[in-house]
Ligand binder design. Structure first.
Ligand SMILES: NC(=O)c1ccc[n+]([C@@H]2O[C@H](COP(=O)([O-])OP(=O)(O)OC[C@H]3O[C@@H](n4cnc5c(N)ncnc54)[C@H](O)[C@@H]3O)[C@@H](O)[C@H]2O)c1
Length: 417
């Protein structure tokens, strides 16, 4: 009997329906599952996962289990866990430690419980599991063959650890694969952030001024979809090249201080902290809406927002109103946590099909190559990235050209003949 901690195991049937729905829309992962079922690459392997615990993630956990793994999983944000999905996984024989609305302490305890499985492989999203394996649960690190990291912020943390020579086992930067950031960060975040904001507020986007702070892969998607919905888009950046790119993509570019006074909806997506803070809140229009899509809830400075307000109250699910001394109201969505997951279902299934196919293949790669990989940060091998793209194209019924032998030779040569 496997161990679990979920809000209510009786919610399992509803969660199962959600998992079944996304499974149908994840053909690449289905192909990998069939291979894993045949080959059992994870026989005897314990896998610890911490990824936003909703239906697509649940399906990844089941694919790894189908490959022979014993899987333990928690969420990677207290508000993104869906209790019915967690219950369905527990009912399906996976060790689950997660519930929606966990306190900071409960959230950490859940991660520690996941690590008690003594993992051989870790699949992390934002670096919390890896951090624990280098601090509080360091004694477990020697058994870890390696792991995979899902998001930009987690990869930044791993780069810092590698730079300082602190990494205890090899990690693969799944985020940095082309089939990840080009689709998940851009189209996934672009669509799901707006799905989350629109269903939470039930307000119109057309005609509004949307301020996107951070024009990386996620920011590009959020800005593109805002424009598609009819918003005027303002971009704020600290990187001059990306600022210029935003300008040539047709957006207004200005300092955040100036944007604060013109925006109706603000979305932070930088991976940085205090991007919106007291000096911005004081300039904002009455009714300004704030949302974050970056990994941690530090991009909007919540203590400074609270300090600037004379009162606060929840006015609708996932919307908190802060009233400033002169009566202006500012609305914070989803407690400043990633709005697409805290106030939505996350990325579309077809997008996570590719991201999680990369996770599954990278986890297998790290396990199969455990004897030759050093404790460093690795890119996803190019052939795996390519394999995911080929499987996706094939599932879409799209065929593409191949280089002829002459073209191959031409491209490889320097003589031009
Ligand atoms: N919501 C989601 O589902 C989701 C999905 C993928 C990634 N993420 C997270 O979103 C964040 C951004 O990811 P990305 O892939 O776009 O990263 P990225 O590195 O491609 O882009 C971040 C951009 O923000 C800019 N920036 C940094 N600090 C800034 C500041 N103070 N003001 C303005 N701009 C600033 C950088 O110059 C960069 O252009 C990360 O935390 C990542 O983990 C969230």
């Amino acid at each position: 009997m496997q161990d679990y901690l979920v809000r209510d195991i009786n919610l399992a049937p509803g969660g199962r329906l959600k998992i079944d729905w996304v499974r149908v829309h994840m053909p690449v992962l289905n192909a990998i599952r069939a291979e894993f079922e045949r080959e059992k690459p994870f026989a005897g392997v314990r896998v610890a996962m911490s990824i936003h615990l909703e239906a697509k993630t649940a399906y990844l956990a089941e694919v790894l289990k189908a490959g022979g793994a014993e899987v333990a999983i928690s969420g990677s944000n207290p508000l993104s866990t869906q209790d019915d999905v967690a219950a369905a996984l527990a009912a399906a024989g996976i060790h689950v430690y997660a519930w929606h609305g966990a306190t900071d302490r409960e959230y950490t305890e859940h991660l520690v419980k996941v690590l008690e499985i003594r993992p051989h492989v870790v699949i992390d999203d934002g670096g919390d599991l890896v951090h624990l394996l280098h601090t509080r649960c360091r004694e477990l690190a020697s058994e870890v063959a390696g792991g995979c990291e899902e998001t930009t912020t987690g990869v930044s943390r791993l780069k810092a650890m590698e730079r300082e020579g602190k990494l205890l086992f090899p990690m693969i930067a799944v985020n940095d694969a082309r089939c990840k950031f080009l689709f998940d960060n851009r189209y996934g975040t672009g669509e799901s952030v707006w799905a989350g904001i629109m269903r939470t507020t039930n307000l119109l986007v057309a005609g509004k001024t949307v301020v996107v702070l951070g024009y990386g892969w996620c920011g590009r998607g959020v800005a593109m979809r805002a424009a598609g919905l009819g918003a005027r888009v303002v971009v704020c950046e600290v990187d001059p090249v990306r600022a210029l790119e935003a300008y040539m993509d047709g957006y207004l570019v200005m300092k955040s201080e100036q944007a604060a006074g013109v925006g109706d909806i603000f979305i932070t997506v930088t991976g940085c902290r205090d991007v919106l803070r007291g000096e911005h809140f004081r300039r904002m229009k009455d009714g300004a809406i704030l949302a974050n899509a970056g990994h941690f809830d530090v991009e909007i400075n919540k203590p400074e927002l609270a300090a600037a307000a004379v009162s606060r109250r929840v006015v609708r699910q996932n919307i908190e109103e802060f009233t400033l001394p002169d009566g202006r109201r500012i609305y914070l969505l989803g407690e400043g946590r990633l709005v697409n997951l805290a106030a939505g279902d996350g990325h579309p299934a077809e997008i996570m099909d590719m991201s999680f196919a990369l996770q599954a293949l990278s986890a297998r790669y790290i396990w199969q190559n455990k004897d030759r990989l050093a404790p460093r940060l690795y890119l996803v091998p190019a052939e795996l990235d390519r394999q995911v793209a080929e499987l996706k194209l094939s599932s879409l019924g799209i065929e593409i050209d191949r280089l002829t032998p002459q073209q191959e030779t031409y491209i490889q040569s320097w003589q031009g003949e």
